[in-house]
Design a protein around this ligand. Structure first.
Ligand code: HEM
Ligand SMILES: *[C@@H]1O[C@H](CO)[C@@H](O)[C@H](O)[C@H]1NC(C)=O
Ligand SMILES: *[C@@H]1O[C@H](CO)[C@@H](O)[C@H](O)[C@H]1NC(C)=O
Ligand SMILES: *[C@@H]1O[C@H](CO)[C@@H](O)[C@H](O)[C@H]1NC(C)=O
Length: 583
């Protein structure tokens, strides 16, 4: 009996012991992983202490800011003023290294332009774009072989020959349709405001698609939209101060699909786990369908181009023609079969549209809002244009494509520069450190995402005072390269093109791109690839808009300056009130 009673006790001992030790091991493991997973600050760089006490770091505060304001980056840059430091860190992604935030133009310029061996395309940016276009070079590190290969595919596209002979034709042709659309709307609106952002969005889509793949003017969104309006009933006249509502335009399936697919980037931009979030979105039926329609459209465009290659009929009308004809020539020279339908070609062509559409459209949308307020800048620009194109003025016609592209007008350059400065689509450039390095005297571990902000101190308010001893050697050497406007917050936020003008030796006004800090396109080898195309597009569109229309002030009810972060920073509301400009 005693034996019987003893049995289980003897038996239970090891079980209990192993159970206890298992619990202890698990607890230690969990504790260690918890400690490992907790935010780990980089020594010396200011941060919010309370954020390091939770697995989620700064995320709850960021989320609450985002739900209140629909924006993220103002919160990010605000941390520099909270800690009164040009360099801070925030814990924005769970289980990851902190983000390092810099708000100082000299240091940012130095990192982007000169410290390219220590800083490369950021893991943040790669995370945002990989789901959508894994084979576009925006997702590659500069050291990868395929980066050079892809850039080689695109190498003609920012040359003066391509820009002046191919891109400018597509931009100008589509812009003529845009002027016709707004001519019609201006006539019907009779001084009432109407919504402008969708028209600009569609016209910019026409332009970039035409430049990438070719597009007949009659098939453009803008031309189809005008046809629809002409055959529809005219909208009724609203009462004083109310905007007029035109029939909503529905894009053809291909354009609609491209815009849906591009819009998906908003999801990966905002999610704490971007790759996963985008993957989940891609499983949704509407997204699958949009991706399929987009793929089909590109296959059709590429097939048509291949036919032109086989017939030797080079039209020189798009990036696609350029890429395929060059591939055909290279293949012939190397005695191999040409590769026309590679993933690289699909993704780079679509990448051209992803990177070039929303950006230019949104910059132009902010511009029409600014122009309505900056009446003086608007009329100054118009009078500069009237005297710069005397023949067009005398004949009361639009300036030609050649006149716009070739005439040097410093005030126009200044307005274009001011457009992207004030639109501030992105609040900065992002880089990831490729080695252990230092910024402003602080150690930055390899693999840290560094955010170089352009929406705070140094850009929109007075810069932080930084001791020269903290700066890098290359930054010290470049000390007076970029000017600094009087650090008056009101002025730094205002739309004032004159800030970009200086008096030349002959007393004439000249445009100076280094008059003050400007980071809208990033800088250096991984700065915006399409910058020259963007300037060309803004030049042609702006000239045609100002030449044809006077932008009047809009009624207060439709003049909100609130913004919303989508892929970039958009105005939440954009209406224009136009009058045909007089000669
Ligand atoms: C107003 C218009 C535009 C703005 C404000 C803008 C801005 C930017 C910015 C901030 C970057 C990242 C730069 C960095 O990390 O330092 C970028 C990259 C890029 N942009 Fe633009 N962009 C514009 C128009 C365009 C256009 C029209 C294209 C047409 C092809 C384009 C193509 C690209 C490409 C391909 C990249 C990636 C470059 C790389 O990975 O090396 N962009 N852009
Ligand atoms: C630190 O973060 C907490 C929330 O995590 C927030 O309430 C507090 O205002 C922050 N403090 C500073 C100085 O940023
Ligand atoms: C950039 O920062 C400014 C000022 O903080 C803000 O108004 C704007 O919305 C921000 N843009 C984006 C894209 O977050
Ligand atoms: C297109 O460009 C090629 C090479 O520059 C030239 O030989 C050809 O004549 C051009 N074709 C047209 C239609 O302009």
């Amino acid at each position: 009996m005693a034996e019987h009673l003893n049995q289980p006790i003897i038996d239970a001992k090891p079980t209990t012991i192993s159970l206890i030790s298992l619990v202890v091991v698990c607890a230690i493991f969990l504790y260690v992983s918890y400690r490992k997973l907790m935010p780990k600050p980089i020594p010396g760089i200011p941060y919010n202490k309370s954020a390091t006490r939770s697995l989620f770091g700064d995320i709850p505060e960021m989320m609450s800011y985002m739900s209140r304001t629909q924006e993220l980056w103002p919160w990010v840059v605000e941390q520099t003023t909270r800690h009164q430091s040009p360099i801070v860190q925030v814990f924005a992604r769970p289980f990851s290294k902190p983000w390092v935030i810099i708000s100082d133009h000299r240091e940012s310029q130095d990192i982007l332009l000169r410290r390219t061996k220590e800083f490369d395309r950021s893991d943040f940016t790669i995370g945002v774009f990989t789901g959508l276009s894994p084979d576009m070079h925006i997702t590659f590190k500069s050291t990868e072989d395929r980066f050079k290969l892809h850039r080689n595919l695109l190498k003609d596209l920012m040359t003066p020959a391509f820009l002046n002979e191919v891109a400018s034709r597509q931009i100008y042709a589509n812009d003529e349709s845009f002027v016709k659309l707004w001519d019609y709307k201006t006539r019907v609106a009779k001084g009432h405001a109407f919504r402008a952002d969708e028209d600009i969005f569609n016209a910019a889509l026409d332009v970039i698609f035409a430049t990438a793949c070719g597009l007949e003017a009659k098939d453009s969104n803008t031309a189809v939209h005008l046809q629809q309006l002409l055959s529809a009933q005219q909208p009724s006249q609203p009462s004083l101060d109310e905007p007029i509502e035109f029939t909503h335009y529905i894009r053809p399936a291909g354009f609609e699909a491209m815009s849906t697919v591009c819009g998906s980037l908003e999801t990966s931009l905002k999610a704490p786990f971007p790759k996963f979030a985008h993957w989940a979105l891609r499983q949704m039926p509407y997204m699958r369908k949009a991706i399929a329609v987009k793929e089909e459209l590109f296959t059709k465009m590429i097939d048509e181009a291949i036919e032109r290659v086989n017939l030797g009929k080079q039209t020189n009308s798009s990036a696609l023609d350029d890429i395929l004809f060059r591939e055909a020539a290279a293949a012939k020279k190397e005695g191999r079969a040409p590769v026309f339908k590679s993933r690289a070609i699909y993704d780079e062509l679509f990448g051209f549209i992803i990177a070039g559409h929303d950006t230019t459209a949104t910059t132009l949308t902010w511009t029409v809002k600014h122009l309505a307020v900056a009446q003086e800048a608007q009329s100054t620009l118009r009078s500069h244009l009237r005297s710069a194109y005397p023949a067009a003025t005398a004949e009361q016609r639009n300036p030609t494509r050649e006149e716009i592209v070739k005439t040097h007008i410093p005030y126009l350059d200044a307005v274009i520069e001011e457009m992207s400065r004030t639109a501030r689509l992105f609040n900065g450039s992002i880089r990831t450190s490729t080695v252990d390095t230092t910024i402003l005297g602080h150690t930055i571990p390899k693999g840290t995402d560094v955010f170089l902000m352009q929406n705070g101190p140094g850009y929109l308010s007075a810069p932080f005072q930084i001791d020269d001893s903290k700066r890098s050697e290359s930054s010290l050497k470049a000390k007076n390269q970029v000017g600094q406007w009087t650090p008056d917050e009101e002025d730094m936020k205002a739309f004032r093109p004159e800030r970009w003008l200086v008096k030349g030796d002959d007393g004439k006004e000249e445009f100076d791109a280094h008059a003050g800090p400007h980071l809208a396109f990033g800088l250096g080898p991984r700065g915006c690839f399409g910058r020259r195309l963007a300037y060309l597009q803004m030049r042609i569109v702006l000239v045609m808009m100002i030449w044809n229309f006077e932008f009047k002030e809009t009624p207060p009810a439709v003049s909100s300056w609130l913004a919303v972060d989508k892929l970039a920073r958009h105005p939440r509301q954009c209406y224009v009130r136009l009058e045909k400009a007089k000669f």
